[in-house]
Design a protein around this ligand. Structure first.
Ligand SMILES: Cc1cc2nc3c(=O)[nH]c(=O)nc-3n(C[C@H](O)[C@H](O)[C@H](O)COP(=O)(O)OP(=O)(O)OC[C@H]3O[C@@H](n4cnc5c(N)ncnc54)[C@H](O)[C@@H]3O)c2cc1C
Ligand code: SF4
Length: 498
């Protein structure tokens, strides 16, 4: 046993200081500071150094957590960071926004034995911030340049992680991004109070300094064809995420005051990033002064409720059709939202949107009537038996309905895959029954020659850390395929000569 470790017996768990709810709900700044150096080392020293570390098993990228905790506890910060970044392409991001309570920390034996988990995510964030601060994160200089060209479609965590790993070994990489900024949902979607935009921008800048080319405002399938991409590049990696928002299928969904989560969050991000947004648009997408109802119970819903609070909503109510235990997102995010004044009501399923005719605006529905939402009718539910997917189904309680008044409804019901074969005009692109792309794991290669895929477009809406994992897997698969191709060419050449 290393004397530096196992300090959990005497040293209690401590998270970095979070700003108080009353203060933090006034702005969009991150709510947790990193640890100071001494605290980081002390908290790392609580690790029990398990022979079979469950934290590592439950970390999607397989971070060797006990090793870098030990190095950190012993003051070997540079070694700790090198260990960490050799396995995780985006540790500064995962340390901030992984739902650690469901992954590494939730499975730490100290948590399970009542001592309180080692604060792994906070150490990961602190270590990486320290590495950037000390100038250890220098642009990549591959040992040899390779001529093979890889096109990556989408600059979210899957695309960026793949770009990083491919550039590391010398490939010529270009990322094509439909939006005007790179970063995927990390830049337009996940709010600044969870993940500071400058952290994402810093990583993108670093990749560009490392030789990765980024083409913005280029939607493959519209601004450039998928076929031309395949013709120009040796390999194409599709990492486009999932953006087809689920709907309520209720009358009045297009009415005034009805907002979809992704454009709502994107508008808020754009304002935070300093873009000029027309006053009318700002007003349309702002929760300021409104009684807001958010429908949904996942990460997106939590980001919407907390954004609405920060925009100065009169009240924010989250309605979820199942019970609290069935919420798919991080428990900690729910707790933070409650601290910030969000009210949750569980076992409530919307059945109708209540609307009044609206004279002021020019917006009309297909049949010419102008509507403005003024409430949601909800059906009370109860939890029933477990379904085939292992989740408990929610069942209606007959005769129990109520009306919830509001001025604005934000729909955060989740996302599905868009029809990529149609959008890319490539019917042979193999898909699953859910519309996601079908690939062989772990190489992430599709049945189409030279086409790989990674991230949400393969898994369905998931987590940043899974996108990172699949981006890195795809990079390995692409490298193996290109190496294989190169070896085949050499062998054929030798054969021809003989
Ligand atoms: C609001 C919200 C909050 C979330 N919070 C968390 C969280 O706290 N923690 C967590 O781990 N996960 C969270 N997630 C999930 C996480 O963001 C995703 O799982 C992750 O970003 C998926 O990565 P990706 O690279 O596959 O796709 P994305 O991040 O979606 O990136 C895909 C990129 O591809 C681009 N693109 C799409 N089509 C094209 C095209 N045809 N041509 C060119 N570019 C294209 C898109 O513009 C986008 O930039 C959240 C998701 C949402 C919506
Ligand atoms: S990547 Fe995520 S799950 Fe893995 S150790 Fe870091 S915070 Fe935990």
């Amino acid at each position: 046993m290393r004397p530096s470790m196992h300090k959990f017996v005497d040293l209690s768990q401590h998270f970095p200081d979070a700003r108080k709810a009353v203060e933090r709900k006034q702005d969009f700044l991150e709510i947790d500071a990193p640890f100071d150096k001494r605290d980081c080392e002390r908290q790392s020293s609580r690790c029990e150094q398990c022979a079979v570390p469950f934290c590592q098993t439950f970390c999607p990228v397989g971070n060797d957590i006990p090793d870098w905790l030990m190095l950190c506890a012993e003051g070997e910060w540079r070694d700790a960071w090198e260990r960490l970044s050799a396995i995780n392409a985006l540790p500064e991001i995962c340390g901030r926004i992984c739902p650690q309570d469901r992954l590494c920390e939730g499975n730490c034996v100290l948590e399970r034995s009542g001592h309180g988990t080692v604060t792994i995510g906070a150490v990961e964030k602190t270590l990486t911030e320290h590495a950037f601060h000390e100038g250890w994160v220098q642009p990549l200089r591959p040992r040899r340049e390779r001529s093979a060209k890889v096109a990556i479609v989408g600059s979210g965590p899957a695309g960026l992680s793949a770009a990083l790993r491919l550039r590391e070994v010398g490939y010529q990489v270009r990322v094509f991004e439909a939006q005007d900024r790179a970063g995927g949902l990390m830049i337009y979607g996940i709010p600044n109070f969870k993940l500071d935009k400058h952290v994402v921008e810093r990583r993108v800048r670093w990749l560009q300094e490392s030789g990765v080319d980024v083409t913005l405002n280029c939607r493959i399938g519209k601004d450039k064809s998928f076929a031309s991409l395949r013709a120009e590049y040796d390999v194409v990696l599709i990492a486009t995420g999932v953006y087809d928002a689920r709907t309520l299928s209720l009358e009045g969904e297009e009415g005034e005051g009805m907002l979809a989560a992704f454009p709502y969050l994107k508008h808020s991000d754009r304002i935070y990033l300093g873009d000029s947004v027309e006053a009318q648009e700002q007003q349309r997408w702002s929760a300021a002064g409104r009684r807001v109802v958010v429908l949904g119970g996942g990460d997106t819903a939590m980001d919407c409720v907390r954004t609405a609070q920060r925009q100065g909503a009169k009240s924010v109510l989250c309605l979820y059709r199942r019970d609290r235990d069935s919420m798919p997102g991080s428990r900690r995010e729910v707790q933070k939202a409650e601290e910030e004044g969000v009210v949750f009501r569980f076992l409530m399923r919307p059945t109708a949107l209540l609307q009044r005719k609206q004279a002021r605006t020019k917006k009309t529905t297909a049949n010419g009537t102008v509507f403005e939402v003024e409430g949601v009718r909800v059906q009370k539910m109860r939890m029933g038996a477990k379904g085939k997917d292992g989740r408990t189904t929610a069942l209606p309680v007959e005769g129990e309905e109520e009306e919830v008044p509001c001025d604005c409804v934000i729909k955060a019901l989740g996302f599905e895959a868009e029809d990529l074969p149609a959008l890319f005009d490539e019917p042979a692109l193999p898909t699953t029954e859910w519309g996601t792309l079908r690939v062989e794991k772990p190489d992430m290669q599709s049945a189409l020659e030279g086409v790989f895929a990674a991230g949400d477009i393969v898994r369905g809406a998931s987590l940043v850390v899974w996108a990172v994992r699949e981006g890195m897997d795809a990079a390995r698969g692409i490298d193996a395929a290109l190496e294989g191709r190169a070896a085949k060419k050499t062998n054929e050449g030798q054969h021809d000569v003989s």
